[in-house]
Each structure stands twice: as structure tokens, then as C-alpha cells.
Design a protein around this ligand. Structure first.
Ligand SMILES: [Zn+2]
Ligand SMILES: [Zn+2]
Length: 288
């Protein structure tokens, strides 16, 4: 197994100094859960280098409480140094630790060329692609009542539609290798009347653009209470021969390798015989 989606810093906490020892402790915890290799995939908005090119991104939306909240959230997070991040991961690799260097790339409509150019400056092994917000609405901020109340205003069908369109565009952008938590829009437990219509589009988006899909235990820890993707969506990925990675999306060491054994059962019972590993953004098959 692999855990290809890990964060060093919990949200709402400033970035702490990185060390090879910390990465070693992640590897050790992963190993105990049956995970042979990990990818550190910090959010790109945690870095000063991203703030420099995308710091004004949310100002494109009309002024509102939501926009202000999102603008502040983003800027409060963008303090770390991307050079240092890649330097320490390289040091960990040089020390023989089973870790690769990744980033979790959000979808910035109309700005993905800037993102592509930024990440091309770094020795990146894998780029995860994520849709975390619809316009300036961070629909997965489940602990914020104001943000969650907005579900009533926006509407579930419309939210699933907008999310799926964003995921299609992100897949087609060519900037990322893997669609992270592909049906994240279900996080708060709101489902449209016919989820399969959206799952068909999500699976097609991955298949037609040649990106992999992530199978993540993070959803089990959220109100929805199930892995990403849903069983029906995983079946569609398999049908269309979309390769997969596996992940915990731990923020901090706490959930490294979370429910890896259950995820292993989930993907093998869907028919998968291999996972996809990455080195320098080149995919290769890995045993489950
Ligand atoms: Zn994410
Ligand atoms: Zn993440």
C-alpha cells in the first residue's frame, strides 16, 4: 500500500519547521499500517511562493462575507517556504526514507498556467489536483456554521454540478497527475437525487484526460462517513481503467496510514490489482 496524500501542518496552525526526523516518524507510522511508501503533498496555498502569484485570486469575486473569509483563510496559511519544503524532502530521500515529494494543487480557474509554471520549478514527484471551493465558497469547511449554512443558499444539485464541472476542467488542465478525494463534494453528507449522473462525469473526466484517481480514507472521518470515492464511483473508475492511488489525507501525523487495511479491501474488491506510484511525475505500477 501507499499513502500518497499527507500534510505536515494542520489547518489553522502556522507551519512548523520541517525535519528529516519528522518525515521518518511519518514513514514509521505508515509502515506499521502496512504502507510501504508515502508522499508529502502539502497544499500549494501554504507557501509564500504561491501567494506571490495567486494572492489576489479571491478578489475576482464580488465583495461579501464569504469572500473576506476565504481571502483571510488563504493568506493566513501562506507562510511556508517551498524551497525549504523540497529541500527537506530531498534530504529525507537521501537518508533512504520511502518518501516522495508531492503537492496538493487547488483548482484556480483561469490561472492554472501560473500554477503549472510555479510547480515546474521544483523537483516534484506527484501533483494531486483538488477542488476545495466553488467560487469563493469553501464547501468542505465543515466546522464553520456560516460556511455550512451556505449549502441551503446554494442548493445541493447546483453544488454537485458546479463541483463536477470544476473537476472536469482541472483534469483537462493537464497540470495534475491524480484527482484527490474525487467526490469531495459529498463531505457534509449532502447528495443529489441521482449521484450516478455526476459520478459518470467524474469517472469520464479522469479517463479522458489520463489522470489517476485517489482512494482516500479521509471521508470516513467526515460527516459523510465513507471513503472517497463512493463505491459506485470506484466501480466506474475501474470500468474505465482509471488507475488509482491510496491515501489518508492526514493533517499531521495522527492519521498517517488511517484505515489502510480497509482501503486495501475496498480497492481489491472493486477489482483493482495494482496502484499507481510516481517518480518525477512518471507513473509506474505498484503492488497493492
Ligand atoms: Zn484536499
Ligand atoms: Zn489534503
Amino acid at each position: 500500500m501507499i499513502d500518497y496524500h499527507l500534510h505536515l501542518w494542520p489547518h489553522g496552525h502556522p507551519d512548523s519547521p520541517m525535519s528529516v526526523e519528522e518525515i521518518a516518524s511519518y514513514c514509521e507510522k505508515a509502515n506499521k499500517a502496512g504502507v510501504a511508501e508515502i508522499a508529502l503533498t502539502e497544499h500549494i496555498f501554504r507557501f509564500r511562493q504561491t501567494e506571490k502569484i495567486l494572492g489576489d485570486f479571491f478578489l475576482r469575486y464580488p465583495e461579501s462575507k464569504m469572500r473576506g473569509l476565504m481571502f483571510d483563510y488563504w493568506h493566513q496559511h501562506s507562510r511556508a517556504d517551498m524551497d525549504e519544503y523540497f529541500r527537506v524532502v530531498q534530504e529525507a530521500k537521501d537518508a533512504g526514507l520511502p518518501v516522495i515529494a508531492g503537492l496538493e494543487v487547488d483548482y484556480y480557474p483561469g490561472e492554472m498556467d501560473k500554477v503549472a509554471s510555479l510547480i515546474s520549478d521544483y523537483p516534484l514527484d506527484v501533483a494531486l489536483g483538488s477542488v476545495h471551493w466553488i467560487d469563493d465558497w469553501p464547501f468542505d469547511h465543515i466546522s464553520d456554521p456560516f460556511v455550512m449554512e451556505y449549502w441551503n443558499h446554494y442548493g445541493v444539485e447546483r453544488a454537485w454540478g458546479a463541483y463536477t464541472t470544476a473537476l472536469e476542467e482541472l483534469a483537462q488542465s493537464g497540470v495534475v497527475d491524480v484527482l484527490a478525494h474525487p467526490d469531495l463534494i459529498k463531505v457534509a453528507g449532502h447528495f443529489p437525487s441521482i449521484p450516478d449522473e455526476f459520478f459518470d462525469r467524474m469517472a469520464q473526466a479522469a479517463a479522458s484526460s489520463g489522470v489517476a484517481a485517489e482512494v482516500s480514507s479521509a471521508g470516513i472521518r467526515k460527516p459523510v462517513g465513507e471513503a472517497y470515492p463512493a463505491p459506485n464511483l470506484l466501480a466506474k473508475f475501474f470500468e474505465l481503467a482509471v488507475p488509482i492511488t491510496t491515501a489518508s489525507d492526514s493533517h499531521g501525523i495522527e492519521h498517517v496510514g488511517f484505515q489502510a487495511a480497509e482501503i486495501k479491501k475496498f480497492v481489491t474488491s472493486a477489482g483493482y490489482k495494482n496502484l499507481l506510484g510516481f517518480k518525477e511525475r512518471r507513473p509506474y505500477e505498484v503492488e497493492i
